[in-house]
Design a protein around this ligand. Structure first.
Ligand code: ZN
Length: 407
Protein backbone atom coordinates (compact mmCIF):
# COMPACT_ATOMS: atom_id res chain seq x y z
CA UNK A 1 0.00 0.00 0.00
CA UNK A 2 1.09 3.51 -0.70
CA UNK A 3 1.51 5.84 2.27
CA UNK A 4 -1.47 8.12 2.71
CA UNK A 5 -0.99 11.62 1.34
CA UNK A 6 -3.41 14.24 2.56
CA UNK A 7 -5.01 15.99 -0.38
CA UNK A 8 -4.85 19.76 -0.55
CA UNK A 9 -8.17 21.63 -0.39
CA UNK A 10 -9.71 21.82 -3.85
CA UNK A 11 -9.23 25.58 -4.28
CA UNK A 12 -5.63 25.47 -3.07
CA UNK A 13 -3.40 25.99 -6.08
CA UNK A 14 -0.40 24.12 -4.75
CA UNK A 15 1.52 24.92 -7.87
CA UNK A 16 1.33 28.67 -7.39
CA UNK A 17 3.82 30.55 -5.25
CA UNK A 18 3.18 34.18 -4.30
CA UNK A 19 6.23 36.12 -3.10
CA UNK A 20 5.55 39.37 -1.27
CA UNK A 21 8.03 42.11 -0.44
CA UNK A 22 8.16 45.84 0.19
CA UNK A 23 9.46 46.85 -3.24
CA UNK A 24 10.71 45.35 -6.47
CA UNK A 25 13.32 46.32 -9.06
CA UNK A 26 12.25 44.55 -12.26
CA UNK A 27 15.70 44.67 -13.88
CA UNK A 28 14.99 47.75 -15.99
CA UNK A 29 12.70 50.38 -14.48
CA UNK A 30 14.16 53.06 -12.22
CA UNK A 31 10.82 53.32 -10.39
CA UNK A 32 10.33 50.34 -8.08
CA UNK A 33 7.11 48.36 -7.94
CA UNK A 34 5.62 49.02 -4.51
CA UNK A 35 4.29 46.20 -2.31
CA UNK A 36 4.84 43.63 -5.07
CA UNK A 37 3.39 40.16 -5.24
CA UNK A 38 5.32 37.99 -7.69
CA UNK A 39 3.34 34.96 -8.84
CA UNK A 40 5.35 31.89 -9.82
CA UNK A 41 4.30 28.61 -11.40
CA UNK A 42 6.48 25.81 -12.69
CA UNK A 43 9.66 27.81 -12.30
CA UNK A 44 8.47 30.87 -14.18
CA UNK A 45 7.03 34.21 -13.20
CA UNK A 46 3.42 34.37 -14.36
CA UNK A 47 2.48 37.81 -13.11
CA UNK A 48 3.77 40.74 -11.07
CA UNK A 49 1.11 42.51 -9.00
CA UNK A 50 1.44 45.74 -7.04
CA UNK A 51 -0.47 46.70 -3.89
CA UNK A 52 -2.62 43.60 -4.22
CA UNK A 53 -3.46 40.52 -2.20
CA UNK A 54 -2.09 37.16 -3.31
CA UNK A 55 -4.68 34.97 -5.08
CA UNK A 56 -6.66 32.61 -2.88
CA UNK A 57 -4.89 29.37 -2.21
CA UNK A 58 -1.46 30.39 -3.42
CA UNK A 59 1.44 29.43 -1.20
CA UNK A 60 2.60 32.80 0.17
CA UNK A 61 6.15 33.73 1.10
CA UNK A 62 6.17 37.14 2.75
CA UNK A 63 9.68 38.62 2.81
CA UNK A 64 8.60 41.71 4.75
CA UNK A 65 10.68 44.87 4.39
CA UNK A 66 12.87 43.59 1.58
CA UNK A 67 13.54 44.45 -2.05
CA UNK A 68 12.98 41.78 -4.68
CA UNK A 69 15.03 41.89 -7.84
CA UNK A 70 16.10 39.54 -10.61
CA UNK A 71 18.69 36.96 -9.67
CA UNK A 72 22.05 38.43 -10.62
CA UNK A 73 23.82 37.51 -13.85
CA UNK A 74 27.61 37.23 -13.71
CA UNK A 75 28.88 37.38 -17.30
CA UNK A 76 32.48 36.49 -16.44
CA UNK A 77 33.56 33.70 -14.11
CA UNK A 78 36.07 30.84 -14.13
CA UNK A 79 34.51 28.02 -12.15
CA UNK A 80 37.65 25.85 -12.34
CA UNK A 81 39.67 28.37 -10.35
CA UNK A 82 39.52 28.33 -6.56
CA UNK A 83 39.99 32.04 -5.76
CA UNK A 84 43.17 31.27 -3.81
CA UNK A 85 46.53 32.99 -4.19
CA UNK A 86 47.51 30.24 -6.66
CA UNK A 87 44.44 29.14 -8.64
CA UNK A 88 46.54 28.03 -11.62
CA UNK A 89 48.86 25.83 -9.55
CA UNK A 90 45.96 24.31 -7.63
CA UNK A 91 44.10 23.48 -10.83
CA UNK A 92 47.20 21.88 -12.35
CA UNK A 93 47.41 19.57 -9.32
CA UNK A 94 43.77 18.44 -9.68
CA UNK A 95 42.30 15.77 -11.90
CA UNK A 96 38.96 16.46 -13.54
CA UNK A 97 36.89 14.92 -10.75
CA UNK A 98 38.61 17.04 -8.11
CA UNK A 99 38.23 20.14 -10.28
CA UNK A 100 34.53 19.40 -10.72
CA UNK A 101 34.12 19.19 -6.95
CA UNK A 102 35.64 22.68 -6.67
CA UNK A 103 33.33 23.92 -9.42
CA UNK A 104 30.25 22.56 -7.66
CA UNK A 105 31.23 24.38 -4.46
CA UNK A 106 31.90 27.58 -6.41
CA UNK A 107 28.49 27.30 -8.07
CA UNK A 108 26.78 26.81 -4.71
CA UNK A 109 28.51 29.87 -3.26
CA UNK A 110 27.45 32.00 -6.24
CA UNK A 111 23.85 30.88 -5.92
CA UNK A 112 23.76 31.57 -2.19
CA UNK A 113 24.79 35.17 -2.97
CA UNK A 114 21.87 35.54 -5.35
CA UNK A 115 23.82 34.96 -8.55
CA UNK A 116 21.45 32.78 -10.54
CA UNK A 117 23.21 32.82 -13.93
CA UNK A 118 26.94 32.65 -14.61
CA UNK A 119 28.82 32.72 -17.89
CA UNK A 120 32.01 30.70 -17.57
CA UNK A 121 34.60 32.32 -19.84
CA UNK A 122 37.30 29.69 -19.62
CA UNK A 123 37.54 26.20 -18.19
CA UNK A 124 39.73 23.15 -18.66
CA UNK A 125 38.58 20.05 -20.55
CA UNK A 126 35.06 21.47 -21.06
CA UNK A 127 34.34 20.83 -17.38
CA UNK A 128 31.91 23.76 -17.23
CA UNK A 129 29.73 21.92 -19.75
CA UNK A 130 29.60 18.93 -17.44
CA UNK A 131 28.64 21.19 -14.55
CA UNK A 132 26.08 22.91 -16.81
CA UNK A 133 24.40 19.55 -17.41
CA UNK A 134 24.42 18.65 -13.71
CA UNK A 135 22.88 21.96 -12.69
CA UNK A 136 20.29 21.83 -15.46
CA UNK A 137 19.12 18.57 -13.89
CA UNK A 138 19.13 20.11 -10.39
CA UNK A 139 18.75 23.89 -10.64
CA UNK A 140 18.68 24.29 -6.85
CA UNK A 141 22.35 23.21 -6.68
CA UNK A 142 23.71 26.22 -8.54
CA UNK A 143 23.18 28.98 -11.09
CA UNK A 144 22.27 28.48 -14.72
CA UNK A 145 25.66 27.96 -16.37
CA UNK A 146 26.67 29.25 -19.79
CA UNK A 147 30.06 27.99 -20.88
CA UNK A 148 32.85 28.77 -23.33
CA UNK A 149 35.05 25.71 -22.79
CA UNK A 150 38.81 26.30 -22.97
CA UNK A 151 39.45 29.84 -24.23
CA UNK A 152 41.25 30.21 -27.56
CA UNK A 153 44.74 31.53 -27.01
CA UNK A 154 48.04 31.67 -28.85
CA UNK A 155 51.02 29.36 -28.26
CA UNK A 156 51.94 29.77 -24.57
CA UNK A 157 49.55 32.75 -24.60
CA UNK A 158 47.23 33.90 -21.82
CA UNK A 159 45.70 30.88 -20.02
CA UNK A 160 47.37 28.36 -22.38
CA UNK A 161 47.35 25.89 -19.47
CA UNK A 162 43.57 25.56 -19.85
CA UNK A 163 44.20 23.68 -23.08
CA UNK A 164 42.99 26.14 -25.70
CA UNK A 165 46.27 26.95 -27.48
CA UNK A 166 45.73 27.48 -31.20
CA UNK A 167 48.75 27.52 -33.46
CA UNK A 168 48.60 27.32 -37.24
CA UNK A 169 46.80 30.48 -38.27
CA UNK A 170 43.32 31.09 -39.57
CA UNK A 171 42.43 27.48 -40.41
CA UNK A 172 43.48 26.26 -36.97
CA UNK A 173 41.37 28.99 -35.40
CA UNK A 174 38.33 27.96 -37.44
CA UNK A 175 38.84 24.31 -36.45
CA UNK A 176 39.08 25.24 -32.76
CA UNK A 177 35.83 27.19 -32.95
CA UNK A 178 34.10 24.29 -34.76
CA UNK A 179 35.25 21.85 -32.09
CA UNK A 180 33.70 24.04 -29.39
CA UNK A 181 30.49 24.45 -31.36
CA UNK A 182 30.23 20.68 -31.76
CA UNK A 183 30.74 20.27 -28.02
CA UNK A 184 27.79 22.61 -27.44
CA UNK A 185 29.39 25.70 -25.91
CA UNK A 186 27.31 28.86 -25.44
CA UNK A 187 30.00 31.38 -26.38
CA UNK A 188 33.48 31.48 -27.88
CA UNK A 189 36.11 33.12 -25.67
CA UNK A 190 39.10 34.68 -27.38
CA UNK A 191 42.23 35.87 -25.64
CA UNK A 192 43.03 38.99 -27.69
CA UNK A 193 45.80 40.11 -25.33
CA UNK A 194 47.96 38.65 -22.60
CA UNK A 195 46.78 38.63 -19.01
CA UNK A 196 47.91 39.06 -15.43
CA UNK A 197 47.41 35.40 -14.53
CA UNK A 198 49.89 34.02 -17.04
CA UNK A 199 53.65 34.36 -16.50
CA UNK A 200 55.35 35.28 -19.76
CA UNK A 201 52.27 37.00 -21.17
CA UNK A 202 51.66 40.74 -20.88
CA UNK A 203 48.24 42.32 -20.60
CA UNK A 204 49.10 45.24 -22.86
CA UNK A 205 50.46 43.03 -25.65
CA UNK A 206 48.09 41.72 -28.35
CA UNK A 207 47.67 38.03 -29.20
CA UNK A 208 46.23 36.74 -32.50
CA UNK A 209 46.11 38.78 -35.70
CA UNK A 210 42.97 40.59 -36.81
CA UNK A 211 42.57 37.91 -39.50
CA UNK A 212 42.66 35.14 -36.91
CA UNK A 213 40.18 36.92 -34.66
CA UNK A 214 37.90 37.63 -37.62
CA UNK A 215 38.01 33.97 -38.63
CA UNK A 216 36.99 33.00 -35.10
CA UNK A 217 34.09 35.47 -35.11
CA UNK A 218 32.89 34.33 -38.57
CA UNK A 219 33.06 30.66 -37.63
CA UNK A 220 31.31 31.32 -34.31
CA UNK A 221 28.53 33.29 -35.99
CA UNK A 222 28.15 30.54 -38.59
CA UNK A 223 27.29 28.28 -35.66
CA UNK A 224 25.01 30.85 -34.06
CA UNK A 225 27.46 31.57 -31.24
CA UNK A 226 28.52 34.95 -29.83
CA UNK A 227 32.14 35.81 -29.11
CA UNK A 228 33.72 37.45 -26.08
CA UNK A 229 37.25 38.79 -26.28
CA UNK A 230 39.55 39.22 -23.30
CA UNK A 231 41.35 42.45 -24.20
CA UNK A 232 43.40 44.74 -21.97
CA UNK A 233 45.84 46.68 -24.17
CA UNK A 234 44.74 49.16 -26.84
CA UNK A 235 46.13 47.18 -29.78
CA UNK A 236 44.33 44.01 -28.74
CA UNK A 237 41.10 45.93 -28.15
CA UNK A 238 41.40 47.52 -31.60
CA UNK A 239 41.98 44.08 -33.16
CA UNK A 240 38.92 42.64 -31.41
CA UNK A 241 36.73 45.53 -32.58
CA UNK A 242 38.02 45.24 -36.15
CA UNK A 243 37.29 41.51 -36.05
CA UNK A 244 33.68 42.17 -35.07
CA UNK A 245 33.57 40.50 -31.65
CA UNK A 246 30.27 40.69 -29.82
CA UNK A 247 31.62 41.65 -26.42
CA UNK A 248 34.91 42.89 -25.01
CA UNK A 249 35.95 41.80 -21.54
CA UNK A 250 38.16 44.07 -19.37
CA UNK A 251 38.63 46.96 -21.84
CA UNK A 252 41.18 48.55 -19.54
CA UNK A 253 43.49 50.06 -22.20
CA UNK A 254 46.42 48.92 -20.07
CA UNK A 255 49.91 50.06 -20.97
CA UNK A 256 53.16 48.66 -19.59
CA UNK A 257 52.87 50.78 -16.45
CA UNK A 258 49.47 52.43 -16.50
CA UNK A 259 46.38 52.71 -18.65
CA UNK A 260 45.46 55.23 -21.31
CA UNK A 261 42.24 55.44 -23.28
CA UNK A 262 42.44 55.87 -27.05
CA UNK A 263 39.54 58.04 -28.30
CA UNK A 264 39.71 56.60 -31.81
CA UNK A 265 39.32 53.03 -30.55
CA UNK A 266 36.60 54.11 -28.13
CA UNK A 267 34.72 55.64 -31.06
CA UNK A 268 35.07 52.35 -32.95
CA UNK A 269 33.63 50.43 -29.96
CA UNK A 270 30.70 52.86 -29.83
CA UNK A 271 30.07 52.61 -33.58
CA UNK A 272 30.11 48.82 -33.42
CA UNK A 273 27.77 48.85 -30.41
CA UNK A 274 30.00 46.50 -28.41
CA UNK A 275 29.30 46.18 -24.68
CA UNK A 276 32.34 46.07 -22.43
CA UNK A 277 32.52 43.89 -19.34
CA UNK A 278 34.52 45.69 -16.67
CA UNK A 279 35.69 43.26 -14.04
CA UNK A 280 35.62 45.61 -11.06
CA UNK A 281 33.91 43.50 -8.36
CA UNK A 282 36.04 42.64 -5.38
CA UNK A 283 34.95 41.12 -2.13
CA UNK A 284 36.77 42.81 0.73
CA UNK A 285 38.55 40.22 2.83
CA UNK A 286 41.32 40.71 5.37
CA UNK A 287 44.78 40.34 3.91
CA UNK A 288 43.52 39.67 0.38
CA UNK A 289 44.90 42.00 -2.24
CA UNK A 290 44.33 42.21 -5.97
CA UNK A 291 47.27 41.62 -8.33
CA UNK A 292 50.01 44.25 -7.74
CA UNK A 293 50.08 45.01 -11.47
CA UNK A 294 46.44 46.06 -11.29
CA UNK A 295 46.68 47.95 -7.97
CA UNK A 296 49.45 50.16 -9.34
CA UNK A 297 47.45 50.95 -12.46
CA UNK A 298 44.05 51.30 -10.80
CA UNK A 299 43.70 55.12 -10.88
CA UNK A 300 44.46 55.04 -14.60
CA UNK A 301 42.02 52.18 -15.19
CA UNK A 302 39.25 54.09 -13.41
CA UNK A 303 39.93 57.08 -15.67
CA UNK A 304 39.60 54.78 -18.70
CA UNK A 305 36.31 53.33 -17.48
CA UNK A 306 34.98 56.85 -16.98
CA UNK A 307 35.79 57.60 -20.62
CA UNK A 308 34.07 54.41 -21.79
CA UNK A 309 31.00 55.40 -19.85
CA UNK A 310 31.08 59.02 -21.07
CA UNK A 311 31.18 57.70 -24.66
CA UNK A 312 27.95 55.78 -24.02
CA UNK A 313 29.37 52.26 -24.14
CA UNK A 314 27.17 49.79 -22.26
CA UNK A 315 29.19 48.64 -19.25
CA UNK A 316 28.48 45.20 -17.88
CA UNK A 317 29.72 44.11 -14.50
CA UNK A 318 31.48 40.73 -14.43
CA UNK A 319 33.45 39.43 -11.49
CA UNK A 320 36.17 37.30 -13.14
CA UNK A 321 35.51 35.11 -10.09
CA UNK A 322 38.09 32.48 -9.25
CA UNK A 323 41.27 34.27 -10.25
CA UNK A 324 42.32 35.46 -6.78
CA UNK A 325 41.41 35.98 -3.14
CA UNK A 326 39.41 39.17 -3.79
CA UNK A 327 37.47 37.32 -6.48
CA UNK A 328 35.50 34.58 -4.72
CA UNK A 329 32.27 33.40 -6.34
CA UNK A 330 30.17 35.74 -4.22
CA UNK A 331 32.15 38.83 -5.30
CA UNK A 332 29.74 40.09 -7.97
CA UNK A 333 27.23 41.79 -5.62
CA UNK A 334 30.02 44.10 -4.43
CA UNK A 335 30.55 45.36 -7.99
CA UNK A 336 27.57 47.67 -8.51
CA UNK A 337 28.38 49.84 -5.46
CA UNK A 338 32.00 50.03 -6.66
CA UNK A 339 30.88 51.07 -10.15
CA UNK A 340 28.59 53.71 -8.68
CA UNK A 341 31.32 55.25 -6.54
CA UNK A 342 34.21 54.90 -9.03
CA UNK A 343 32.34 56.00 -12.13
CA UNK A 344 29.51 58.14 -10.78
CA UNK A 345 26.87 55.82 -12.23
CA UNK A 346 23.29 55.98 -10.97
CA UNK A 347 22.11 53.03 -8.86
CA UNK A 348 19.62 51.93 -11.53
CA UNK A 349 22.40 51.83 -14.15
CA UNK A 350 24.66 49.62 -12.03
CA UNK A 351 21.75 47.36 -11.11
CA UNK A 352 20.91 46.88 -14.80
CA UNK A 353 24.56 46.02 -15.42
CA UNK A 354 24.21 42.90 -13.22
CA UNK A 355 20.66 42.00 -14.33
CA UNK A 356 18.96 42.85 -17.63
CA UNK A 357 22.02 44.18 -19.45
CA UNK A 358 24.22 41.29 -18.37
CA UNK A 359 21.52 38.85 -19.45
CA UNK A 360 21.35 40.45 -22.89
CA UNK A 361 25.13 40.28 -23.29
CA UNK A 362 24.98 36.59 -22.33
CA UNK A 363 22.15 36.07 -24.87
CA UNK A 364 19.66 34.96 -22.26
CA UNK A 365 17.80 38.27 -22.07
CA UNK A 366 14.50 36.58 -22.95
CA UNK A 367 14.52 34.42 -19.79
CA UNK A 368 16.93 36.03 -17.31
CA UNK A 369 17.72 39.42 -15.79
CA UNK A 370 14.16 40.68 -15.35
CA UNK A 371 11.20 40.02 -13.12
CA UNK A 372 8.28 39.87 -15.52
CA UNK A 373 5.72 37.40 -16.81
CA UNK A 374 7.41 34.64 -18.79
CA UNK A 375 10.84 35.09 -17.22
CA UNK A 376 12.47 32.41 -15.11
CA UNK A 377 11.68 32.73 -11.41
CA UNK A 378 15.32 33.34 -10.49
CA UNK A 379 15.01 35.96 -7.78
CA UNK A 380 17.03 37.70 -5.11
CA UNK A 381 15.66 39.53 -2.09
CA UNK A 382 17.81 41.92 -0.08
CA UNK A 383 17.31 44.08 2.99
CA UNK A 384 17.11 47.77 2.21
CA UNK A 385 16.70 49.43 -1.17
CA UNK A 386 19.49 48.89 -3.74
CA UNK A 387 17.89 51.57 -5.96
CA UNK A 388 18.97 54.01 -3.23
CA UNK A 389 22.19 52.24 -2.26
CA UNK A 390 23.54 49.36 -4.40
CA UNK A 391 25.61 48.17 -1.42
CA UNK A 392 22.32 46.64 -0.23
CA UNK A 393 22.90 43.82 -2.75
CA UNK A 394 25.09 42.02 -0.23
CA UNK A 395 22.38 41.96 2.47
CA UNK A 396 20.74 38.78 1.15
CA UNK A 397 17.36 37.84 2.60
CA UNK A 398 16.25 35.16 0.15
CA UNK A 399 17.26 33.51 -3.11
CA UNK A 400 14.95 31.64 -5.48
CA UNK A 401 16.17 29.51 -8.36
CA UNK A 402 13.63 28.31 -10.91
CA UNK A 403 10.90 29.12 -8.40
CA UNK A 404 12.44 27.17 -5.53
CA UNK A 405 13.70 28.98 -2.44
CA UNK A 406 17.33 28.01 -1.93
CA UNK A 407 18.22 30.52 0.78
ZN1 ZN B 1 38.60 35.97 -17.05
Amino acid sequence: MRPAVSAAPARFNVRMLAIRAERLFDGVDAAPVTRPVVLVEEGRVTEVLSEAEPPNGARVVDLGDATLLPGLVDPHVHLVFDASTDPVGHLAAMDDDAALAVMRANARLALSAGITTVRDLGDRDYLALRLRAELAADPTAGPRVLAAGPPLTTGRGHCWFLGGEVVGGVEAVRAAVRERAERGVDVIKLMATGGELTPGSSSHVPQFTVEELRAAVEEAHRHGLPTAAHAHGAAGIANAVAAGVDNIEHGTFLTADGAEADPVIIRAIVDAGIPVGISVPQKPSPGALPSPGIVKRLPFIIAVFRELRAAGIPLVCGSDAGIGPVKPFDALPYGPAMMASMLGMAPVEVLRSVTSLAAEVCRVGDRKGRVAAGFDADLLAVAGDPLQDPAALTAVRAVFRAGVRVR
